[in-house]
Write a protein that binds this ligand. Structure first.
Ligand code: FMN
Length: 392
């Protein structure tokens, strides 16, 4: 019988879909609702010592949209606004009402040993299942020497991981930033420092755009802005690449995220090493109920392929990622046009001409392929609006 259940570091997840640390996990009532709807767990909005004052900007978001569809958010939001005591009470409430759900406490503190260790000790004796160390927030916090300022330094990341591991009584995941030259280096450093698992990615540092009348960058805060964090479906290729690279460097369990909006995205993350996936922006755009289609879709896929659980697809694509020089250069593919789909718009012909190959032409109301001129690059198939071109 196929199941979505999965166990990571002794923690039982009833399904591998959990909410990422973000607005959907900033309130106890929201997490309660999410658990009732079927999410397997939640990473709490990043908790800090009470005296780390958070004053937010308004507006906090800019978006990349094509028509009504949101491809990504840039956000400049900071961390949790709840006090430690409010979180302690909230965790007790949630665990009493939803004992099978996984709760992971995301934490961040100034680069001071006692501050990190005190935060960990405070949550050690709660019913949380694990910690996630936020070394990766790209805005606001780096100005204070924390967030991504930690995660871009292998040395500081390792030092704080060691401090935490000295006192942590629960498994510890370290959440890594994609905004580094070599994510493998940071992953290896925190693994060596004793981390139990890794999480990736946090948001991608970004600048969404400029108002060309006022020259104010977005999100516009009284004419000024700051670099923010990009999330949502358009960051998936970056997240997938980061998780694959982490898996190539480490065997630790991985909580994978970045642009997951469907069971298909989740399965892809698992194929490159994720044990469990986290979702944020998709919930902010389409609501908590997206979990139903995600769970059903993944279950159907696993069943149809004869897999017993998500663990069966873990790492399956890793061996297929290789160096460019090892790719089979003997292979040559050519476009094959499906006349029943082709609308003869000529886009493929134009782009091939623009690229100076001129391998395609419209002859007798049919796109003809000149194999002697074609380099098999596949560009024509990607610009076709009707998916009428397959490379064969
Ligand atoms: C508005 C917003 C606030 C976020 N706050 C946090 C945070 O407090 N702690 C954290 O670790 N990640 C935070 N994130 C990052 C998400 O947890 C996640 O890593 C990122 O958004 C990528 O996933 P997604 O594409 O599914 O949104 C935030 C993301 C957004 C959009």
């Amino acid at each position: 019988m196929t199941t979505l259940k999965t166990t990571v570091l002794g923690i039982d997840f009833e399904n591998p879909f959990i909410l990422a640390s973000a607005p959907p996990t900033a309130k106890i009532s929201s997490i309660d609702k999410a658990f009732t709807l079927g999410w397997g767990g939640a990473v709490l909005k990043t908790i800090t010592p009470d005296d780390l004052l958070m004053v937010e900007a308004s507006e906090r978001y800019a978006s990349w949209k094509v028509g009504p569809k949101v491809y990504g958010f840039e956000n400049i939001e900071l961390l949790s606004h709840m006090t430690i005591q409010e979180w302690l009470d909230g965790i007790a409430f949630l665990k009493q009402k939803h004992p099978t759900k996984v709760i992971i406490a995301s934490i961040m503190a100034p680069v001071v040993k006692e501050e990190w260790q005190n935060l960990v000790k405070t949550f050690n004796n709660t019913e949380i299942d694990a910690f996630e160390l936020n070394f990766s927030c790209p805005h606001g916090m780096p100005e204070k020497g924390i967030g991504m300022a930690i995660g871009t330094s292998a040395e500081i990341s390792a030092m704080i991981t060691k401090w935490v591991m000295e006192v942590a009584k629960k498994p510890v995941f370290v959440k890594l930033s994609p905004n580094v030259t070599d994510i493998k280096e940071i992953a290896k450093a925190v693994e060596k420092a004793g981390a139990d698992g890794l999480a990736a990615i946090n948001t991608v540092q970004s600048l969404m755009g400029i108002d060309l009348d006022t020259f104010a960058p977005y999100p516009n805060v009284n004419g000024k802005s700051t670099f923010g964090g990009y999330s949502g479906i358009s960051v998936k290729p970056i997240g997938l690449r980061c998780v694959a690279q982490i898996r190539q460097a480490s065997n630790l369990p991985i909580l994978g995220m970045g642009g997951i909006s469907s069971w298909h995205d989740a399965a892809e993350y698992m194929c490159v090493g994720a044990d469990v996936v986290q979702v944020c922006t998709e919930v902010m755009v389409n609501g908590y109920a997206v979990i139903n289609a995600m769970k059903q879709g993944l279950l159907n896929y696993l069943e149809s392929k004869g897999f017993e659980s998500p663990q069966d697809i873990k790492n399956r694509a890793i061996a297929n990622l290789t160096a460019h020089e090892k790719l089979n250069k003997e292979r040559q593919v050519y476009p094959e046009i499906d006349d029943s789909l082709c609308i003869k718009c000529g886009k493929c012909v134009n782009i091939c001409d623009e690229s100076e190959h001129s391998a395609l032409s419209l002859v007798n109301n049919h796109i003809k392929v000149n194999k002697d001129a074609c380099i098999g690059c596949s560009l024509c198939s990607h610009v076709c609006a009707k998916s009428a071109i397959k490379m064969k």
